[in-house]
Write a protein that binds this ligand. Sequence first.
Ligand code: 87F
Length: 507
Amino acid sequence: MATANASTSSKNARKKEVKKETGLGLAYKKNESFGEWYSEVVVNGEMIEYYDISGCYILRPWTMVIWETMQAFFDAEIKKMNVKNAYFPLFVTENVLQKEKNHIEGFAPEVAWVTKSGQSDLEVPIAIRPTSETVMYPYFSKWIRGHRDLPLKLNQWCNVVRWEFSHPTPFIRSREFLWQEGHTAFATKEEADKEVLEILELYRRIYEEYLAIPVVKGKKSELEKFAGGLYTTSVEAFIPNTGRGIQGATSHCLGQNFAKMFEIDFENEKGEKAKVWQNSWAYSTRTIGVMVMVHGDDKGLVLPPKVAAVQVIVIPVPYKDADMQTIFEACSSTVQTLRVAGFRAEHDLRDNYSPGWKYSNWEMKGVPLRIEIGPKDIANKQVRIVRRDNGAKTDIPISCMVEQVQDVLSSIHENLFNAAKEKRDACIKVVHTWEEFMTALNDKKLILTPWCDEEEVEKNVKTRTKGELGSAKTLCTPFDQPSLPEGTLCFASGKPAKKWTYWGRSY
Ligand code: 87F
């Protein structure tokens, strides 16, 4: 895959300068140079701006509306589950961070440290949270005494820092990102198990109902699960252009591992001392990157209507000698009508750009629906609507505009989802042998195989597929399992297969 390294992004910046003047489209095509296309789209679509620290990006308002829309949904849903929001500090001492040595070990190189204030060295360096288990769990231990203190269900909306060294990509792999992290404690494993899946379902809904992206729900392999936990579930998306899977969000059952490390004990109903069962779950701004990669096209961003900051952009189309005043008033009243009906609508009355320039500009920014209003439309008591997803143009009577806009926006969501699903499904390849597996991998497929589910075998597959593009790994074992006839063998080991599992390269 082409990468968006520092040199290409500065090239992009130069190119962008020129385009800003000409108002023309993108320099790169999605199918030809995906990495460059992506960097260009997120910048020209006004979602992010590059920053002078590699791997850090400015999230512009066009991005934040998407984030806040998903946040409003998820926050309301977890509140229905009686999860409470809290906020824990950004900093953590080395002592506390190390408390949980086993799981932190592999992650240690990514932890960023504060070592100075002004010119003087701090007495002890302080870490910036990469995740908050070690920050929160000492207080879980303090706050949980008896079974009446359970369940304890906390969530925080915050930023975290992971000093990644592999090439940074806006939203997908950044050194600082926004997320929510839920941390919960229960008296029984059954309650914990149930919550893991309830949260996973909310993650599926974010992808499918808000971002119009199909995902697979499933369980991570032993090698790919969160090492500190008991088991990990995830929603997995796929990027056809790069042939890579991408973990969309995770919901872990931590079992009692952390309860042991942090002594999170309680007195149960029988008066005995017991350890809590814990979960943790998160989704991040990575969701937005997946959305851009899946739906964007050669004209720029394509925003699903549910999350778009502007769902309908109204553009006046003046002709020579037309009465500008009347056209502008028609635009304003159209916006007003749509807003009253609950749509996010705006007009673009700028007099220093042509209608054509405005069309491309709002297409670049991915607005789902454009309404054009010219003298003929006014005479006919109609407006022209143009869809971003398929370019279809329709004239609709003003009298039924609200209903029509509603229908078209729903249809755009459905169409985006179906198109994304069709594309993804066309990439799924069922294979039974190693040879077929390698062919499918080189063809950028999302590979579904019968697997023996042995850690050593997955390690072996990783080693055997090592290369410039990265190695193949399991993405997840889908909950929705096709039937596995008895006697089916694992594609890699030749042992009896236990499960169908998705494999591929991934982000
Ligand atoms: C990087 C540095 C230090 C991931 C890290 O998935 C620690 C970590 O613990 C680390 N990168 N992780 C795993 C995070 C697990 C878990 N945390 C709460 C989640 C969901 C939210």
